[in-house]
Design a protein around this ligand. Structure first.
Ligand code: ADP
Length: 587
C-alpha cells in the first residue's frame, strides 16, 4: 500500500487535534527560540561596535549582560520545547499503539495464524516508536528550521547582498548533499533494523522452545544460528553507523567550514573597504555558525521522515485489515444450558481445501458429546467454529437456535467456555490466574469453586494459598495442575456450554483422579463437547461422534455404539489406542 500525503495528514490530525493546546504551545516555543537565536548575534554586533567606538564600560556591561541573558533564555525555551515535544509525541504514539493493539486483538484467528506475535509486536510497537518524532517534531521542526535558515539568510542579505548570496549557496549545497547521503543512509538503517528484527524473532522463538532445544541436544546448532544472526546485525549496524553517523558528520563539518571561510572572505573584503564594521564581521561569523545546526536538523528530519513513511505505510496497512469475523447484531441467546446445532457446515482454513465437510450435528441442552478421531481429522476445527474463531464457509452454527453470526461476541464468550490443551498461565498469583485478573470475584467464591471441584486439598497444599505466585508461562506448574487451574477458571464463569480439549499428556494417578472429578462437576447440568483422548473420558459422554477427514464417520449414543461390535467406536475401544491421536486403525 502506497502512503499518500492524505495518509500523513489523517494520522497527524487524528492524534494531534486532541492535543491542540500543547501543539500550539510547542509552535510558540519554537518561534520564540528561533527569534532568540536570530537576535543574539545582533546583540554581539552592538557590543563589538560600541567597544570599538570606545563606549563607557557600563554600557558594554549592560550589552554583555543582555547577551548572557539571551543565551540563558534560549536554553530555557529549548528545554520547555523538548519537554512539550516529548509529551506530545509520546501521547500521540501511546494512543496509536493502544488503538492498534485493540484492532489486532479484534482480528480473526485466520489473521493471527498468519502473523507471529513477534511480528505483530514489531508492528504495534516498533513502527509506532519510529513515528514519535514524526508526531512531535516533524512539521514544527521543519518549519522552525526553514524559518531560522531563511531568517539568517535574509539578515545577511540585509547586511550585504554578496554575503547573503554566498551563505544562501552554502546552505543550498549542504542541504542537497545531506539529502543525497540521507537517502543512502535510510536504506542502510532499514537493513540494520531488519537484521535486528530477524535476530529478535529468532531469539523469541528459540527461547520459547528452550525445553525442546535442550532435550533434543540442539543447543550448539541454535547458538551457531544465533551467531550468524548477531554477526549479520553487527555488520549492518556497523556499516549503517559508519555511513550514517560519520559521513554525515564529516560532510556537514567540511561544508560548514568552507561556507564560513567563503562568507568571512567576503566579509573581510567588505570590512577593508570600510563598508561594514568589525561587529558586522562577527555577526556574519556567528550566523554562518548558527546555520549549520538547522541545516543538519532539516536533513535529519527528512531522513527520519523516510523511515516514518515506511512505518506509516505498514501502520495503515494493518489498520486496513478488516476482521473476517464481524460483530453480530445482538440477538440474545436463550437462558440456561444451550443446544448446539451445526447445519451443513463446510469450512477450510484455505477455502479450496475444506477441513470440515458438510458437518451436521444436533446436540440437546445438557448433553455431553464426546469427539473422537485421528489427529488432523478436524475435531479442534469443529470446536473453534463454536466460539466463532472462524465462520463457516457454508452452512450455519447455532446455539440455542440462534445463528452465531447474530450474537454479540461478548455474549458468546460469556456463555461458552473453551478449554484448550494449551493453557495460558500468567506470572501472577493463583488468585489472578483463576479469576483472570477480575477483582470482583471474592476469595470465598474461588475457594468454594475449588472445593466443589474437589481441589480443596490442592489449595491447602499451596505455600501461600491463593497468594502463591506462579512463574511466567506456568513454569513450576505441572500440566495436570495447569488443567485444574483452567477448569476452575471455567467453573467460576459458570458457562452454559463447555468445550473441552482434554489433555493428552500422561498424568500421575492422583492428579488424574482429581481432574476426572473436577470435569464431572464442571459438566454437571451443562451442555458439553469434549475432545476425548482417553477411554475414561469418553465414558462420561452421552453421545459419541467419530470424525474422519473432516466428515462425520459415525455419530450415536455412546452406549449403543460401544455395544455394537461393527461400530468404529467399538473398534477404537478394542484396539485400545488413544482415541484422539494417531492410530494405526483408521476409523
Ligand atoms: P484434530 O483436532 O482432529 O487433530 P484439527 O482440527 O486440528 O484436527 O486439524 C484439521 C486439519 O486442519 C489438519 O489437516 C490441520 O493441519 C489443519 N489445520 C488445523 N489448524 C489449522 C490452522 N490454524 N491453519 C491451517 N490449517 C490448520
Amino acid at each position: 500500500m502506497r502512503t499518500s500525503p492524505r495518509d500523513y495528514w489523517r494520522l497527524l490530525a487524528q492524534y494531534l487535534i486532541p492535543q491542540r493546546g500543547r501543539v500550539s504551545l510547542l509552535a510558540l516555543l519554537l518561534l520564540a527560540s528561533t527569534g532568540l537565536q536570530l537576535a543574539s548575534p545582533l546583540v554581539l554586533r552592538r557590543f563589538i561596535d560600541r567597544a570599538l567606538e570606545g563606549d563607557a564600560l557600563r554600557t558594554l556591561m549592560l550589552i554583555a549582560g543582555l547577551y548572557i541573558g539571551f543565551a540563558i533564555l534560549i536554553q530555557i525555551v529549548r528545554l520547555a520545547e523538548t519537554w512539550t515535544a516529548q509529551y506530545v509525541g509520546w501521547t500521540a504514539t501511546n494512543n496509536l499503539r493502544a488503538d492498534l493493539a485493540l484492532h489486532v486483538l479484534g482480528l480473526d484467528m485466520g489473521f493471527h495464524n498468519r502473523h507471529t506475535p513477534g511480528n505483530l509486536i514489531e508492528r504495534v510497537d516498533g513502527d509506532v516508536f519510529t513515528l514519535g518524532n514524526f508526531f512531535s517534531r516533524f512539521i514544527i521542526n521543519i518549519l522552525g528550521n526553514v524559518l531560522l535558515t531563511a531568517g539568517v539568510v535574509v539578515l545577511l542579505f540585509r547586511i550585504d547582498w554578496r554575503i547573503g548570496a554566498v551563505v544562501a549557496l552554502f546552505a543550498a549545497t549542504t542541504i542537497a548533499a545531506l539529502a543525497i547521503l540521507g537517502r543512502y543512509n535510510t536504506i542502510r538503517f532499514a537493513a540494520a533494523r531488519q537484521a535486528m528484527a530477524d535476530l529478535i524473532g529468532f531469539l523469541e522463538e528459540r527461547i520459547g522452545g528452550t525445553e525442546d532445544i535442550r532435550s533434543s541436544g540442539a543447543t550448539d546448532y541454535v547458538m551457531r544460528r544465533n551467531d550468524e544472526f548477531a554477526r549479520a546485525y553487527h555488520r549492518r549496524q556497523k556499516v549503517a553507523s559508519i555511513f550514517g553517523g560519520a559521513t554525515t558528520f564529516s560532510v556537514s563539518q567540511l561544508l560548514s567550514v568552507l561556507g564560513m571561510v567563503a562568507a568571512l572572505a567576503v566579509a573581510a573584503t567588505l570590512y577593508r573597504d570600510g563598508s561594514i564594521t568589525l561587529g558586522t564581521v562577527f555577526v556574519v561569523f556567528q550566523f554562518t555558525q548558527i546555520l549549520v545546526q538547522p541545516i543538519e536538523e532539516i536533513s535529519r528530519q527528512l531522513r527520519d521522515f523516510q523511515l516514518a513513511s515506511a512505518s506509516i505505510g505498514r501502520v495503515r496497512q494493518l489498520q486496513a485489515v478488516k476482521p473476517k469475523v464481524t460483530e453480530g447484531a445482538g440477538l440474545p441467546l436463550p437462558p440456561g444450558p444451550l443446544a448446539v446445532e451445526l447445519d451443513h457446515v463446510t469450512f477450510g482454513y484455505v477455502p479450496e481445501d475444506p477441513t470440515l465437510r458438510d458437518v451436521t450435528i444436533h446436540l440437546a441442552p445438557q448433553r455431553v458429546l464426546g469427539l473422537v478421531g485421528r489427529t488432523g481429522s478436524g475435531k479442534s476445527t469443529l470446536t473453534r467454529m463454536l466460539v466463532r474463531f472462524y465462520d463457516p464457509d457454508r452452512g450455519s452454527v447455532r446455539l440455542g437456535g440462534i445463528d452465531l453470526r447474530d450474537v454479540r461476541m461478548t455474549d458468546l464468550r460469556d456463555r461458552v467456555a473453551f478449554v484448550t490443551q494449551e493453557i495460558q498461565l500468567f506470572r501472577a498469583t493463583v488468585r489472578d490466574n483463576l479469576t483472570l485478573f477480575d477483582p470482583a470475584i471474592p476469595d470465598q467464591r474461588i475457594i468454594d469453586a475449588l472445593r466443589r471441584l474437589g481441589l480443596g486439598g490442592w489449595l491447602n497444599a499451596l505455600e501461600d494459598g491463593l497468594d502463591t505466585m506462579l512463574a511466567a508461562g506456568g513454569g513450576g506448574v505441572s500440566s495436570g495442575e495447569a488443567q485444574l487451574i483452567a477448569l476452575t477458571r471455567v467453573f467460576l464463569r459458570d458457562p452454559d456450554l463447555v468445550i473441552l480439549d482434554e489433555a493428552s499428556s500422561r498424568l500421575d494417578p492422583i492428579t488424574e483422579a482429581r481432574l476426572e472429578r473436577a470435569i464431572d462437576t464442571l459438566l454437571d447440568g451443562r451442555t458439553a463437547i469434549v475432545i476425548a483422548h482417553r477411554l475414561a473420558t469418553s465414558e462420561r459422554a452421552d453421545e459419541v461422534l467419530v470424525m474422519a477427514n473432516g466428515e462425520i464417520a459415525e455419530h450415536g449414543e455412546r452406549e449403543a455404539l460401544a455395544r455394537d461390535p461393527n461400530s468404529l467406536f467399538a473398534g477404537m475401544i478394542r484396539t485400545g489406542h488413544d482415541l484422539a491421536t494417531t492410530g494405526e486403525e483408521r476409523p
